[in-house]
Design a protein around this ligand. Structure first.
Ligand SMILES: O=C(O)C(=O)C[C@]1(C(=O)O)C=C[C@@H](O)C=C1
Length: 257
């Protein structure tokens, strides 16, 4: 897939290949996070033990915002597959702009589920993947750093739903236009759902968790990620949020016709 070549970006086969590759990224980021305990202090707003100068929010928010401000100057958010958590803090790139051909509708940056992704990650994912429930003061910086990477990987995967939605819309304009005109959310959900693809994802995740999640020379040893957790995270959180992105994108799609 090449964002300078729109044909490659809206090919559903290429999009799904990219989603498969992102599984590996997400699993390895989760494995990195699994070395640390939950560290709830990292996520508490204005914790008295972690003073942040002139900032309202958690230590993670502060670190994520600083990282996005730097990355925006490196052109990160010019790329159509990147969605910021702090869109209002984005700075002008230092590198010259790249004029990516437009493949998504013009309102697409407004479809931003990052707040929800962050809530789900903190409240539902970290309890599953952390080493144990508790604090580890000396690791707060490492935890925030790996959390940022986990969040960015999840955000990219989930917002890839925009490309899936655009590809599906272009493949059957008549069907989708009718449902969009009627704002038929149930119909849209049915039509974007492909149970066979979802089943395949679950099967592959089980194998990957078995292979990547444990030392292959000591299969009885500590498991950094288990098939059960990974399947639960994908089935209950990642895929439903991807579908939500697809629906939010499709519901507005006729604005641009
Ligand atoms: O591959 C698709 O067709 C998608 O819409 C993506 C996705 C996913 O999140 O992986 C979401 C919904 C489908 O039921 C299958 C898979």
């Amino acid at each position: 897939m090449d964002f300078l070549k729109p044909g490659t970006v809206l090919d559903l086969g290429n999009i799904r290949d990219e989603l498969v590759r992102m599984e590996d990224t997400i699993i390895f980021k989760f494995i990195e996070r699994s070395h640390f305990p939950t560290c709830p202090t990292v996520y508490k707003e204005n914790d008295p033990n972690l003073q942040l100068p002139d900032f309202h929010g958690s230590f993670l928010d502060w670190a994520l915002m600083q990282s996005e401000m730097t990355h925006s100057q490196l052109r990160r958010f010019e790329s159509p597959d990147q969605t910021p958590f702090f869109p209002s803090k984005i700075l002008k790139p230092i590198l010259p702009s790249i004029q990516y051909p437009r493949v998504l509708a013009s309102y697409s940056p407004e479809i931003n589920l990052n707040q929800e992704i962050k809530d789900v990650y903190i409240n539902q994912i970290t309890p599953l993947i952390s080493r144990f429930d508790g604090e580890s003061w000396e690791n707060f910086g490492s935890v925030a750093t790996i959390d940022i990477e986990c969040l960015q990987s999840l955000s990219r995967r989930i917002h890839f739903g925009k490309f899936v939605a655009e590809a599906k819309f272009q493949a059957d304009r008549a069907l989708y236009s009718k449902m969009i005109l009627e704002q038929d959310i149930d119909g849209l959900y049915q039509s974007i759902t492909n149970s066979a693809v979802e089943e395949k994802i679950m099967e592959r995740l089980c194998v990957k968790a078995e292979v990547y999640g444990v030392d292959p020379t000591n299969k009885e040893g500590y498991r950094k990620i288990t098939p059960a957790y990974l399947v639960k995270i994908y089935k209950e959180l990642v895929i439903p949020l991807t579908k939500k992105v697809e629906i939010d994108y499709l519901l507005r799609r006729l604005e641009c016709e």
